[in-house]
Design a protein around this ligand. Structure first.
Ligand code: ZN
Length: 316
């Protein structure tokens, strides 16, 4: 197959048959678990087990039965290590897909956790948060909860931001919602950065972004992202495009602020007030990032990326 045919024809890569079916059996999950445990105990993380070690670890006497289940995993979730056990030829190890499944089951699935919150969040003048419920603006305060492995930030019962934090990470931080807010702020920023660079955070396929309808959600100026494999990835306010842009990061840095460490819901430009529509067709927006008398104008095109920036004196 030529390079051209490969890039033109996505269907050349056939989706495998139902992957859930291969895993729907206790023996097969035990095989994954045994190889995963071996990897966890190996200093390099790349441990393999010989055929007989694997069969002992799974505890199946019936060789034919064991071989049958191993074959169902072989090539997709399990493969042969290059230098496996001596007694049975090559040993077995997890493929990347097998590792991911075992990791998720180990880290997450069995762990039920308590819900946390809601707690009130509101940005003070210095960007720190207080638990005040009266913001003086007539708006209800932002609130945060942690439920079913998701940190969610709401205003007026409308969900503005939501991102998973794995229960293992939450337990490790003592199930403290305040600590989880720092974790989720970083994770969310990285997720947005991947989406802006066209990479699906789940499957790494190419993401397409577009402006959302003005009446589609809480904000007037928001965007959505779609992955050809995973479908809708949700979206956010268009101000999120500026969070990791070098011109914005530099402006804050010159004022001794690391904006990448700010909890993103306290950043003032993630708000409709910062947005002006410059052109309708194709749609082009200006996002004003203001800081201590300086203004950075960021122009956002209809692919929802910043394509141009200008620094101006905020008073002029
Ligand atoms: Zn995807």
């Amino acid at each position: 197959m030529t390079q051209q045919e490969q890039t033109d024809d996505r269907t050349a890569f056939e989706r495998p048959a139902d992957p859930f079916k291969a895993l729907g059996n206790g023996t097969r999950l035990e095989i994954l678990r045994a190889l995963y445990e071996r990897g966890r105990q190996s200093p390099t993380g790349g441990g393999s087990l010989s055929y007989s070690e694997l069969r002992d670890a799974v505890g199946i006497e019936d060789k034919g039965n064991f071989n049958y289940h191993l074959r169902q995993l072989d090539g997709r979730f399990v493969d042969r290590a290059p230098n496996g056990g001596e007694d049975d030829g090559n040993g077995y190890r997890l493929t990347f897909a097998g590792f991911e499944i075992a990791k998720v089951i180990d880290v997450d699935a069995w762990r039920s956790h308590e819900s946390l919150g809601p707690i009130a969040l509101e940005a003070g003048a210095d960007g720190t948060e207080t638990a005040d419920t009266d913001t003086g603006t007539g708006e209800k305060p932002l609130t945060a909860t942690y439920e079913d492995s998701v940190v969610e930030i709401r205003r007026d019962d409308v969900s503005l931001y939501a991102h998973a934090v794995r229960p293992a990470g939450a337990v490790d931080r003592g199930m403290e919602l305040d600590a989880l807010l720092d974790v989720v702020s970083t994770l969310w920023r990285h997720t947005i950065d991947r989406i802006l660079r066209g990479i699906c955070p789940y499957c790494h396929a190419t993401v397409e972004r577009s402006f959302a309808d003005e009446d589609a959600g809480y904000w007037t100026h928001s965007f959505t992202a779609t992955c050809p494999e995973c479908g809708s990835l949700g979206g956010s306010h268009v101000g999120a495009v500026a969070l990791t842009h070098p011109a914005v990061v530099s402006l804050f840095w010159e004022h001794d602020i690391d904006v990448t460490e700010r909890r993103f819901w306290t950043v003032p430009f993630v708000d409709d007030e910062a947005v002006t529509v410059v052109d309708e067709t194709p749609r082009r927006l200006r996002l004003d990032v203001e800081l201590e008398g300086e203004r950075l104008e960021c122009f956002v095109d209809d692919t929802v990326r910043i394509v141009e920036t200008h620094r101006v004196d905020a008073d002029g």
